[in-house]
Design a protein around this ligand. Structure first.
Ligand code: GUN
Ligand code: ZN
Length: 425
């Protein structure tokens, strides 16, 4: 049974950093979805198959599900704390809240709330730093699995430079990751990511364990942080005096590759960018986090010039937004401060198709090509009189999309669909 959804369609058919014609917007458009939750086709409403059930979203926009490629589960209630930069914020705000996840009941409640909030904001795929407590991270997988959120996640691993209650050992970390892999590895929407927090919270033995685990289980992702603040980079240099640079710490332990997701990279050396490109690492840009912690202005163009695949992250709780849609405006403003002017197509790419490519999931998600999974959301400016009137005055559909990126947010998301079904959490 096919269902036809009507509205204004927008998605990317290619990489707009390479070719300018990747963005496709169809006013009076239609998306038709098979009973198995896959996209059967899209086009103008008049071209949609007849006889199918029709769901008309009027003037609303149909967009591919958003991909939030970096956030922290146990920081869901740590958002918006006043701070004096990354390292003191971790000590004073983050670690005490993360320790609360030792209580599995508390963790399960937060997991359900976070997953619901992401889906309500149009996010259908997320890369998440889980709790240090394996049971709490298991609750995150359960909540995502039940609600249909596509999840890449793992236990946040640290074995030094933090409060005792958050630390593990390489042996315990190995066993806990194997247990998660065994429990959830068979679900096509759930993926394990080894998650060493960052170089400063990991001993050489813990990093070596991660390298060995990846060799044993090459399908797992690895996510961590890099080059976020100058203070952090200087500390890494002191703790790993033999490393050529920050990236080299991870490189020495075999942690680089196409499934490696490196968050931030605001202050990279050119040698690091070359090595990231060569080893096919992915970089996740977290705009509101970078502004809120005062970490710096992400050098987008340098990454693009090196051909490094990019995605965006809300970085909850350093970031301020619960939907990655709201990160698009922050990303634009950061690039303006660098003298650049990203287009609406480039911004949408970073949150959809580009992110799917970066995560190796573009065969399944990222745009509306037939055969892909029907993960999408409905952004509805109707009911917001000012936004509606502002959109009426745009000369082009691309200009409208850009205004939506600046002015619309989670509150304008009318519905989210995963695998062709409306989300019900
Ligand atoms: N670096 C290490 N841990 C963290 C974290 O929790 N948030 C951010 N923004 N950076 C980190
Ligand atoms: Zn982070």
């Amino acid at each position: 049974m096919t269902t036809v959804y009507l509205g204004t369609l927008a998605h990317l058919r290619g990489n707009p950093f390479v070719r300018p014609d990747g963005l496709e917007i169809i006013a009076d458009g239609a998306l038709w979805v098979d009973g198995d939750g896959r996209i059967a086709g899209y086009g103008r409403a008049a071209e949609a198959p007849e006889g199918a059930e029709r769901v008309d979203f009027g003037a609303a926009w149909l967009l591919p599900g958003l991909i939030d490629a970096h956030l922290h589960f146990p920081q869901y209630y740590a958002v918006a704390a006043a701070n004096r930069g990354l390292l003191s914020w971790l000590r004073e705000t983050v670690y005490p809240e993360e320790a609360a996840f030792r209580d599995a009941g508390y963790a399960a409640g937060v997991a359900r709330a976070l997953v619901a909030r992401l889906l309500h904001g149009g996010v259908t795929c997320a890369c998440v730093f889980g709790s240090q407590y394996p049971e709490a991270t298991g609750a995150l997988f359960e909540a995502a699995g039940q609600a249909g959120l596509r999840l890449i996640a793992g236990i946040t691993l640290m074995d030094r430079n933090g409060p005792d209650e958050l630390l593990t050992t390489p042996e315990r970390a190995w066993r806990a990751n194997e247990a998660l892999l065994e429990r959830y590895g068979g679900d096509p929407r759930l993926h394990l990511a080894l998650t060493p927090r960052f170089a400063l919270s990991c001993s050489p033995q813990l990093l070596a364990m991660c390298g060995e685990f990846r060799r044993r289980h090459p399908q797992v992702y690895l996510q961590t942080h890099i080059n976020e603040t100058l203070e952090e980079i200087a500390a890494v240099q002191r703790v790993f005096p033999d490393a050529w640079n920050y990236l080299d710490v991870y490189d020495r332990y075999g942690l680089l590759g196409p499934r490696t997701l490196l968050a931030h990279d605001i202050h990279p050396q050119s040698a690091e960018l070359r090595r990231m490109a060569e080893s096919e690492c992915r970089v996740i840009h977290c705009p509101s986090s970078n502004l809120f912690l005062g970490s710096g202005l992400f050098p987008l163009r340098r990454h693009v010039e090196h051909g490094i695949p990019l995605a965006l992250g809300s970085d909850i709780g350093a970031g301020l937004h619960l939907s990655v849609w709201e990160e698009l405006s922050e990303a634009y403003k950061i690039q303006r401060l660098r003298g650049e002017t990203p287009t609406a197509a480039q911004l949408l790419y970073l949150a959809t198709l580009g992110a799917a490519e970066a995560l190796g999931l573009a065969g399944e998600i990222g745009n509306f090509l037939p055969g892909k999974v029907a993960d999408f959301f409905v952004l509805d400016p109707g009911g917001d009189d000012y936004l509606d009137a502002r959109l009426q005055r745009c000369p082009t559909l691309a200009a409208r999309l850009f205004v939506l990126m600046q002015l619309a947010g989670s509150g304008h998301v009318r519905r989210t669909f995963v695998a062709g079904r409306p989300v019900s959490v």
